[in-house]
Every structure is written in C-alpha cells, then in structure tokens.
Design a protein around this ligand. Structure first.
Ligand SMILES: [Zn+2]
Length: 465
C-alpha cells in the first residue's frame, strides 16, 4: 500500500504537467479572447489568368477550382509591372514600382548579376504581422521563395522570423523547406499563436519543363519538337527569331507552360491540406505577372504591359469561407493585398501606400473607381500605362502610344489612339507625371559577378548612378 502511494505521489506532477499541456490551447484561448487568424500568402510566378479554368482557361486546374469555391475571386487583377522584381516588391510594400524603386535587375542563366535592393525603410507584409499586429497578438512569420530574385541580400527577408530563398527552383525545393518549418508552425498554431506564411512558387516560369501526364494530353507529339525548346533558353530562342519562324512551336511552348501549371495545381492540393488552421485561415493566391505567347509580338514577359503579361489571378479565402464563391469585377491590383491583410488582422497604421483595402468590395460598401498605373523600366523596354474606367493607355518611347477599350476589346486588338488622339493626349501627360520615379529610399544596388563591360553598358543606360 505504501509503495503504491509513493508511485501515485511521484506520478502526480507528471499527470499535472500533461494535463496542462493538453489543455494549454484552450487555457490560452480563454486568456487571449481573440486568437490570431492564421494567414497564408501563396504567390505563383508567371501565372496568366487563362492558365486557370477558374478564369475561363480551357485546360482544367481542378485544385484551383475547388479553392475558388471557398474564396472570393477577383476577375480583374492587374499587376503593376510585368516581371518579378518590381511586381513582388509592389506586392510586399503596397507601393507602385515608381514609388519603391526596385525596378531593375539583371539575371543570366539562373544567376542574378545585379539588383536594386528593396530598402529596409519600407514596411513589408511580413513586417505588418511582426510589427503592427494588435497589442498582445504575436505573429510568427515564415517565408519560402523558389525565385532567386527574392533573397535576403535583395531585401526580401525583412520581417520574416525564418526565410529561405532558393536560387530559381521548383515546387519540390519550396516544399522541402516548408516541410522543415511546418512542425514549428503547427506547434505555434496549436498553442494559440499567430502564423503568417509566404510561399512563392517558380514553376510556370520559363524554362518550361514538360510535366507528365498532362503534357501527353496537351501535346501528344511533344517529345520530338519540344527537344528544341528544352535544350535552349527561351529568351535566346526568342531573340534568335525561333518562334516567329516556327509558329507551331508557340503551341508547344504553351502546352509545356500549361503542363507546369497543372502539375502545380496537383501539388498545391497536398500543401493546402496540411496548412495548420486551414478552416479559420485567410489564404491569398496571387501572381506577379502573366506570360505572353506571341499575342502582341512577344514571348514570355517583362517586355510590354499588355493584359497577357499583367492580368493575374487573385483569390482570397476568408476565415470559415465567408463570402465564398463571390466574383468581383472591379479592377484591383496586388498592391491592395497589404492594406487588405492589415485591415483583416486589425493592424495599426501602415502609413502611406498606393494600394487600398479590398474589404469594402465583398462587404458591398461604397467603392470608387481609381486610376491604376503600370510601369516597366528595363534597358530593353520602358513602358508606362494608365487604366482609367474602361480604357487603357500605354505610353512608350519605342512607338506611338496605344489606347484600348478593355471592355469592348479585352484582348487589346484594336488600338484607338490614331482615331481619338485628341481625347487621350491629356491622359498621356497625366500618366507621365503620375509615374515619375519618386522614392522614399533610393535602392542600394547589389552587384554580383558583373563584368566591367556590363557595368558600363548599364551606366550608359542611366542605371547604376
Ligand atoms: Zn515573376
């Protein structure tokens, strides 16, 4: 009897600790009346809207469709630039490219040679969670990027507790880093703490790798002709005139691109199934830009501001799928994500941003249309665009301005500039003035492995001042 009593006495503290551990989330929730909403920001590089069946794409993307049924779908989301660096810096800061200034980078065969660093002075989305969450709410911030432009040295790790940026790698690399973080994310979530995680997938970006089984359906003879595409850099092929000489190859490229999207669709089902607190989470899916397949005389992206290169998906799942299935027609931008998330988590003041919270749109509150600005400033293309109501005006040094009626002509086939020049001339002046480079912090230029020749060339073009 005495021995049993001693055993019980010894076990008592162990049982007590176990009970507290088991009940901890509930105890904590009682103290912390407002348990923080988990937030997941999933960005997919180079995702044009019609790559998804949700947006009318012909090839099915069943996972995105399922997700869209739980989310609010924005039908007209326009990226402020048509390539990664300025667009992702805009997503992160809520600022237009001409207001954050990270508009230029050079990359060659998977190696970034120089990039205008995102200044630490700006408030980024992870910093909103880290620094502006309501008092008493603590968020843990995680990020994984498959795109080598989003590394710590280029300013993209600010605000993250844990951040991994791969040098241009696919979903498997992102997944392996994310899997490493997941046990901590899950434990913190169980203990009633806030989670913000950012996942950035590079997969649909060229070079395209044909993904089975989808490629066999999209282009049954793919093995033979695609070997030409597979063994070359897309940019080189385009510059050599390969696609203009072989229009059939454009279809092969599109099939390969779509197969990458389909494989990612399939992959994300598993990733999303494991997200801690999925039901009560806010989940945003967005892209940095689209992709062109010769619709406007170009391939890939980052060479003009046509809709094929800037129209991107945006879907927001609210806690418990509130407003699920709602489709929003108003024109919005990825720069709206920061103020939207800030409002949803009751963050404090996020200062002056160019974006605007999208919450009034699903609450059916008053919404005034605004001018949207687009900006592309790289040595091979300098374009600006203004979208006002149904019209889009594109100004460029390379040719006459372009004007499109996006409602009557969403594919931008009929330029109205020549016939309505007088009407749109003042818009072009406004566009020029509004998109002048005006930054709070001049970006630092981070160089890596640049030759003197390349440096001189950039300096002559007005970069590297
Ligand atoms: Zn990109």
């Amino acid at each position: 009897v005495r021995r049993n009593a001693i055993v019980i006495l010894l076990l008592l503290p162990v049982a007590l600790v176990a009970a507290i551990l088991l009940l901890w989330p509930k105890l904590k929730a009682t103290f912390n009346a407002q348990a923080p909403t988990p937030v997941y920001l999933v960005a997919i590089d180079t995702l044009r809207t019609d790559a998804l069946s949700v947006y009318g794409g012909k090839r099915p993307t069943p996972f995105f469709e399922e997700f869209a049924k739980q989310a609010i779908v924005f039908d007209n989301c326009i990226a402020p630039a048509s390539w990664t660096v300025p667009s992702m810096a805009s997503l992160f800061t809520g600022l237009y490219p001409f207001h954050h200034g990270s508009v230029m980078a050079l990359q060659q065969r998977g190696q970034v040679k120089m990039q205008e660093k995102l200044s630490s002075g700006y408030l980024t989305i992870p910093e909103v969670f880290k620094e502006r969450a309501p008092q008493g709410v603590q968020y843990h911030t995680y990020g994984v990027s498959g795109n080598g432009h989003l590394t710590e040295e280029y300013g993209f790790a600010q605000g993250f507790d844990e951040y991994v940026a791969h040098r241009f790698d696919n979903k498997n690399a992102v997944q392996s880093s994310w899997q490493g973080m997941l046990p901590r994310v899950a434990a913190q979530y169980r203990f009633g703490e806030g989670i913000f995680a950012f996942l950035f997938y590079f997969d649909p970006h060229h070079p395209y790798a044909p993904q089975e089984p989808w490629i066999k359906e999209y282009y049954p003879e793919y093995l033979q002709p695609s070997s030409q595409i597979l063994s070359h850099d897309m940019l080189d092929l385009w510059e050599q005139g390969f696609f203009t000489e072989n229009p059939e190859m454009v279809k092969v490229a599109r099939a390969m691109y779509d197969s990458e999207v389909a494989a990612l669709d399939d992959h994300l089902r598993g990733v999303f199934a494991e997200l801690p607190g999925y039901d009560e989470a806010i989940i945003v899916i967005v892209s940095d830009h689209g992709e062109e397949f010769l619709e406007h005389g170009n391939m890939i992206h980052g060479n003009n501001l046509h809709q094929t290169q800037v129209n991107v998906p945006l879907m927001i799942k609210l806690p418990h799928n509130e407003h699920a299935g709602l489709r929003i027609k108003e024109k919005v931008m990825p720069i709206d994500v920061l103020p939207t998330l800030a409002e949803l988590i009751d963050a404090g003041d996020v200062g002056q941003v160019d974006g605007r919270s999208l919450a009034p749109l699903w609450r059916a509150e008053k919404w005034e249309n605004r001018d949207l600005f687009l900006h592309l400033s790289v040595p091979w293309a300098r374009h600006r665009a203004l979208i006002r109501d149904r019209y889009k005006v594109i100004g460029t040094a390379a040719h006459e301005p372009l004007v499109f009626d996006l409602e009557a002509d969403p594919d931008e086939k009929h330029d109205l500039y020549a016939e309505r020049r007088g009407e749109f001339q003042p818009w072009l002046l406004e566009l020029k003035k509004a998109t002048e480079m005006k930054v709070r912090y001049t970006p630092e230029i981070v160089e890596e492995n640049m030759t003197d020749e390349e440096r001189d060339h950039l300096r002559n073009l007005g970069y590297l001042n």
